[in-house]
Ligand binder design. Structure first.
Ligand SMILES: NC(=O)c1ccc[n+]([C@@H]2O[C@H](COP(=O)([O-])OP(=O)(O)OC[C@H]3O[C@@H](n4cnc5c(N)ncnc54)[C@H](O)[C@@H]3O)[C@@H](O)[C@H]2O)c1
Length: 389
């Protein structure tokens, strides 16, 4: 079957630029997707970073100035994966050029950058814009989201969404742009990992009414380019205790983002518990979803039970992968792109979508509240929420 092609350009040929380009090579795994993307162009200020893309035979354009891509009428969609201090300018330029944009988090280095990008989105409705957050596309995460939406929790007790790394346990790890406020942003780890912990809560309607932030800068110096120690001023870990509401009931929502959580490698955790039911999912054990209920156990009577389900391979967009097979990080990237391009095409329907610009802006309001809360030792109401739907 012939479907329309969508030409994609990548700005920033680093870790994520390569991840996205390789994930899109698996597009035929998707069943009946309405479009067929091709990565045709790539830009990086370091020419050597472009060499990797020679392996992808659809890539015909390699440039060091992204303006060359924006002037190319054959390019429909741009994916941008660069330092946070560059988001506002590059995202705004992509949007003003009328290209669609899959932006990377945190969607601007701070709240004012994010608001400026949202203003550009509003001024250019021809540009379809979403922000990257792939972890909710794990089948187990989707199962947990659907469980909450079903009403099975009953009266909610509490919920938690965490994103946990241990990549910075090594104090001799050299400093990079992600560990310096001037490139990463004053929100530190919240800018790096925070949107991953708010995509699902905000989509479930759990906008925080008050946030209490507990932030830690555990390693405050790291080796610089010449080996001498330089300041490492970003927050490493941030735990946010928030009050929000589910079906009218006020409840505590905890979001944790940690660069230094010994033993964890990209562990995304979602759990919600209520009086009638509960659900837990962690990418640490990516097949497994646990659900809570009170059941009649033969011979014992009513007992509280956590039951375990193997989630299989199927997520939001169906694939040719056997339903019983396992799902991984690059599958979540493929699902995120399937959903992004389906929504751009008007074909997503009511399926779970990528982070909207309004949701990304809302996270900056939450991060700012968390920083102020930490500084003043009191709960803060987040500002700048512009979520409407
Ligand atoms: N969604 C995720 O799971 C995930 C994971 C890691 C990083 N990220 C995000 O992706 C973005 C990039 O992170 P990364 O880890 O890929 O970084 P990286 O440092 O590996 O790559 C960034 C690349 O951008 C290039 N670059 C810098 N200025 C440029 C410019 N003006 N034009 C073109 N290229 C330029 C650099 O040379 C580098 O190759 C960040 O916003 C980060 O927060 C997302």
């Amino acid at each position: 079957m012939s479907v329309p092609s969508v030409n994609i350009a990548i700005i920033g040929a680093g870790l994520m630029g390569r991840e996205i380009a390789s994930a899109i090579q698996r597009w035929p795994a998707l069943i009946d997707h309405p479009v067929r993307p091709r990565v045709t162009a790539v830009c990086d200020i370091q020419p050597a970073a472009l060499d990797w893309f020679d392996q992808i035979d659809t890539v015909t354009t390699k440039v060091t100035d992204y303006q060359d891509l924006l002037a190319d009428p054959s390019i429909d969609v741009v994916y941008v994966a660069v330092r946070h201090d560059l988001h506002e300018r590059i995202y705004s330029d992509v949007i003003a050029a009328g290209k669609s944009l899959l932006a990377e988090k945190p969607f601007g280095i701070d709240a004012s950058a994010a608001a400026a990008i949202l203003d550009a989105v509003v001024a250019h409705p021809e540009s379809f814009v979403r922000c990257s957050s792939e972890m909710p596309f794990y089948p187990g995460a989707q199962m947990a989201i659907n469980y909450v939406r079903s009403g099975a929790l009953g009266t909610i007790v509490e919920a938690r969404n965490s994103f946990l790394h241990a990549s910075d346990v090594d104090v001799d790890k050299p400093i990079g742009w992600k560990r310096q406020n001037r490139f990463c942003g004053e929100a530190g780890v919240l800018n790096d990992l925070g949107l991953h912990t708010w995509h699902v809560p905000l989509r479930l309607g759990w906008e925080p009414e008050a946030v209490y932030g507990v932030l830690q800068n555990i390693v405050d110096q790291r080796p610089g380019p010449d080996g001498a120690l330089v300041d490492c001023d970003t927050w490493d870990n941030a735990v946010l205790h928030s009050w929000t509401r589910h079906e009218g009931t006020r409840f505590p929502l905890i979001t944790e983002t940690k660069r230094i959580d010994p033993g964890q490698k990209n562990t995304w955790v979602f759990e919600a518990i209520g009086l009638d039911g509960g659900v837990r999912f962690s990418t640490k054990n990516p097949k497994s979803v646990e659900v809570f209920s009170v059941v009649d156990v033969p011979g014992s009577g009513k007992e509280q039970v956590w039951q375990q389900i193997d989630a299989g391979s199927q997520s939001v967009w169906p694939t040719v992968t056997g339903a019983n097979f396992e799902f991984g990080f690059s599958d979540s990237i493929l699902q995120m792109w399937a959903v992004f391009l389906a929504e751009r095409d008007g074909s997503l329907g009511d399926r779970f979508g990528c982070v909207t610009p309004e949701e990304a802006v809302a996270t900056h309001g939450i991060f700012a509240a968390a920083q102020l809360s930490h500084a003043e030792g009191r709960a803060i109401r987040p500002q700048g929420m512009r979520i409407t739907g």
